[in-house]
Design a protein around this ligand. Structure first.
Ligand SMILES: *Cc1c(COP(=O)(O)O)cnc(C)c1O
Length: 334
């Protein structure tokens, strides 16, 4: 069966046609190592973000950046805190490195209370928008968390920032303890190329570079370097795609609300929703039988929910048809 993949938050759009133009011919240079400093890409990113190249590091996906950051800034004494409902990689990295961690409960509505993260005495990582809820904190709330944790690193994971939230990148000039993590996987249609970016003070970036150069200075290959550069050169293409994803998200949200779903106010490229008629795991299984893959988390507090990536218009029509058929089936008992 060919599944409709709404389970890993990839973009339904191909990369910009400019990516193919940029990488064409590069295969003939694959005998040469790539530029470990990613200089050309850094110059383009610096211009686009209004920061200096010394404020940037590029990694093999933002998961690699998070890996480097946990290794560089956390240890057995200096642990890290994060919301109890968030991206699954954070506790995985803590377990791997023996980093002590604490989960701070989100509210009943899954909202993060910034004050819970003040003066924490540990490093902090927050996905903004959060995953899998899609809920966003304002830049002023993020600023308070950064300001109230001097001498501690606050990592803001902006994997989904292009879908409606406001980036806190501008704060890196004011606070040397802020690290912003970005990925080209979701909004920039490059999940398969593996490209992530860290933005922070030259001091933080310096520590991260030490880790990167120890592991593998060449973690970004020549093709990906050019694909990333092309992404910056064709930013309007991605802005338009994100607009379409946002419009589709709002339409699908209204449709499933009308079908009795509770849906968070997601500012990401996914919805997080539970039905009043069918349990989360059961809906996941039934959708799968209909050829639609969504993401279910077998985690206390959110097991009634599913995370649904916003795909193309036709993929979302297929999803809605499947949902209508499933919840109108009288056999279903919650
Ligand atoms: C997808 C995702 C990432 C990592 O993406 P990469 O493909 O490794 O760049 C990081 N953080 C969050 C919250 C994500 O959802």
């Amino acid at each position: 069966m060919k599944y409709i993949k709404l389970n890993t938050n990839e973009s339904p759009f191909p990369p910009s046609p400019h990516v193919a133009e940029r990488i064409s011919g590069e295969e003939a240079r694959l005998n040469l190592y790539p530029d470990p400093a990613c200089s050309e890409l850094a110059a383009a990113a610096a211009a686009a973000l209004g920061v200096g190249p010394e404020n940037l590091i590029f990694t093999n996906g933002s998961d690699e950046l998070l890996n480097f950051a946990f290794l560089a800034f956390c240890d057995a004494e200096r642990g890290i805190v994060f919301p109890d409902i968030t991206y699954g990689l954070y506790p995985v990295l803590c377990e791997m490195y023996g980093i002590p961690y604490r989960k701070i409960p989100v509210g009943a509505d899954f909202g993060i209370n910034p004050q819970d993260f003040f003066g924490i005495g540990q490093n902090v990582v927050i996905a903004n928008p959060n995953a899998p809820t899609g809920l966003v904190l304002s830049v002023s709330d993020i600023e308070l968390i950064v300001r109230e944790n001097p001498g501690r690193v606050v990592i803001v994971d902006e994997a989904y920032i292009a879908f409606g939230g406001e980036s806190c990148v501008g704060l890196i000039k004011k606070y040397d303890n802020l690290l912003v993590a970005r990925t080209f996987s979701k909004s920039h249609s490059l999940a398969g190329a593996r490209l992530g970016m860290g933005i922070g003070s030259a001091e933080l970036i310096g520590y991260l570079n030490k880790v990167k150069y120890s592991f593998n200075p060449y973690s970004i290959n020549r093709i990906t370097l050019l694909a990333g550069l092309a992404a910056f050169e064709d930013e309007n293409y991605y802005i338009e795609n994100c607009k379409e994803v946002i419009a589709t998200r709002e339409r699908v949200k209204a449709e499933i609300r009308a079908l009795g779903f509770t849906v968070t106010d997601s500012k990401a490229n996914f919805l997080f929703a539970k039905s009043d008629r069918i349990g989360g795991r059961k809906l996941y299984d039934k959708l799968r039988q209909c050829g639609v893959l969504v993401r279910h988390f077998d985690v206390p507090g959110i097991s009634d929910y599913n995370r649904i990536t916003i795909g193309s218009k036709s993929q979302m029509e297929a999803f809605l048809d499947a949902v209508r058929n499933i919840i109108n089936d009288r056999e279903i008992i919650k």
